[in-house]
Design a protein around this ligand. Sequence first.
Ligand SMILES: [Zn+2]
Length: 246
Amino acid sequence: MKKRTKFYALLLAMVLSLTQMIGAAVPVKAATKECSHGYTLVNGIGIRMHECGESVCITCYHGHSKRVVIPKTFKLNGKTLPPSQFDSDNGFSENGVKEIVLPDTVSSMGYWDEEDVEDGNIGFRGITFYVHKGSKAEKAVKRHNPYKYLKDNTKPQPVKGTTIKRAVRIEKLAKLKWKKVKCDKYEIRYSQKKNMKKSKKVTCGKNKTSLVIKKLKKNRKYYVQVRTKAGKKYSAWSKVKTISKR
Ligand SMILES: [Zn+2]
């Protein structure tokens, strides 16, 4: 009897796990939230597909943040799309929003045509917009709303350079040593001229911090510099180091 119960229990467990497996295999459509206006709701922001189908419109706001950062892209109908326009101030100023950060792709703030402006009906009251300087979004808000510039974090950071620690001359050789920095490559150039004219270049891997330059001319001074390469970008050249004559 005991054995039988065990058997049935096992059978039940197997059936259960099988149904679970099948259940997991059936794709469940992710529930999309809808706002009271019937628009798709993303973090309190209502969106709809733009007529062109390649971007979204911001329709309304149902959240309660003081500062609303409009995302750079939204997922809608299986597409990842940038926002291009606001339909109107539907819930933003009403719900106490004071600041809206706009992605560069927003090029229209909805109903702000001349008639609306004349009627004093320009919406977004008491809201300051944050935009990138020179962006479409700046143009879109410029005429009728206070705005401030965002600090541009997309600007490429300059590649960090290095410095030559030592340059020792031994006969026709010179031994160089430079400071290790994070980079992909080091590039060394040396010349008999301080302005680096007719210089020769040597490239070293990121794990090297020294180099022996050969076949230098006797009784000649040389000048040497190092720079780093990260990705496709180079740092500035280091200060010129003199390789004394021998
Ligand atoms: Zn809504």
